[in-house]
Ligand binder design. Structure first.
Ligand code: FES
Ligand SMILES: [Fe+2]
Length: 367
């Protein structure tokens, strides 16, 4: 029996190497647009089990999914639209603040004031259909001054009328591999091979301008790859790609077609640590290109999903390799953005250091 158990452990897939995580920032926890009043959902964010829900008045909440009394998940209990009640001893919590409202076992002989007890709750804000949760540093205590927090990330939109779509994919590798995969320019011709996008034979030398921005870098305005078919439909598009810590890639494309009509596309892609060893990629996109054509959204979702699935499949294979902890390398210039990411992250984690870019730079690679 013991031998069998050991064998099972040896053969069970292990998570790959962990990455250090950046606390003290906003992360998309889950899609909130499907969360109705009185409903809850559970997820994991930066290794923290989370219970999210929507109160009867529409307010979202995010709590650590653990009762402060004896540690049972609060999700095992009940939510009546107002308070979360623990299944074990019935303690009742107001979920936005985490404040304990009732301890059923107390009698007139007790002097314990339940409202002095707090379950962990986190600031949460709804943007673009996501519940964004602010995850403070461990031991930082309850966040009471919401005005002191950084702004909640949001997808930029350049008009009132637009269509939008979102995609999600779990990645079995740590957040660093997820992010450097996201900014990696050299994998395109190999991972994203498809007749509708591009072929490996279309590989050619590229030169791109980068510039520093606070906590990140920008691939300066340029016309997107001439070898990508969908881009040819837009007119004269100008693309900007920003990466900012901890995990955000903003891409905007603004184009003027032959008739002088302006149109735009914007996306926000985030790679969020689920645990120290695993992450999830979320893409939200909005556009007013082809606004009047009804089936563009499902078509865009279909191709977007294929694109993300190609990255996901590659990272599943990569994770298999990473489990043996191989040495890795970053080469110039194609992996330069990855080097900047690691330098920026290190600077954020230790709180000192220079921005890795001290001015605009030009990178060259073939893709
Ligand atoms: S463990 Fe939650 S009330 Fe006791
Ligand atoms: Fe990719």
């Amino acid at each position: 029996m013991r031998v069998e158990q050991e064998l099972v452990q040896l053969c069970a897939p292990k998570d790959g190497p962990p990455a250090e995580m950046i606390f003290g920032d906003w992360y998309p926890a889950l899609r909130a647009d499907g969360l109705k009043r009185g409903e809850t959902a559970v997820t994991m964010l930066l290794g923290i089990p989370m219970l999210l829900g929507r109160k009867s008045d529409g307010a979202l909440f995010a709590m650590r999914d653990l009762c402060p009394h004896r540690g049972i998940p609060l999700s095992a209990g009940w939510f009546d639209g107002e308070t979360v009640q623990c299944k074990y001893h019935g303690w009742r919590f107001e979920p936005c603040s985490g404040r304990c409202e009732e301890i059923p076992s107390l009698t007139s002989h007790d002097h314990l004031e339940p409202t002095k007890i707090f379950a962990n709750s986190f600031p949460v804000a709804e943007r673009d259909g996501y519940a964004w949760v602010y995850v403070p540093e461990a031991g930082a205590g309850r966040v009471t001054d919401l005005a002191a927090l950084p702004p909640v990330p949001e997808l930029p939109k350049f008009g009132k009328r637009f269509r939008s779509a979102h995609l999600v994919a779990d990645l079995p590798c740590n957040v660093d591999h997820g992010i450097i995969g996201l900014m990696d320019p050299a994998h395109g011709p190999f991972v994203h091979r498809a007749w509708w996008w591009r072929s490996a034979a279309s590989i050619h030398e590229k030169t791109k301008q980068f510039e520093p921005i606070p906590d990140g870098f920008r691939m300066s305005a340029h016309a997107p790859s001439s070898n990508s078919a969908p881009y040819r439909l837009l007119g004269k598009p100008v693309t900007t790609i920003d990466f900012t810590l901890p995990n955000r890639r903003y891409e905007t494309i603004r184009a003027v077609n032959a008739k002088g009509k302006e149109s735009w596309f914007a996306s926000l892609t985030t790679v969020t640590p689920v645990t120290a060893s695993t992450c999830r990629i979320d893409v939200i996109a909005a556009w007013d290109i082809f606004y009047h054509i009804p089936f563009v959204t499902p078509v865009a979702k279909y191709f977007g999903a294929k694109f993300v699935a190609q990255d996901q499949q590659t990272m599943i294979e990569q994770a298999r390799g990473l489990r043996s902890n191989p040495g890795l390398m970053l080469i110039d210039d194609a992996d330069k953005p990855a080097k900047w990411y690691f330098a920026l992250k290190q600077r954020r984690l230790i709180g000192v250091g220079e921005h890795p870019l001290n001015g605009p730079v030009e990178l060259h690679w073939r893709s």
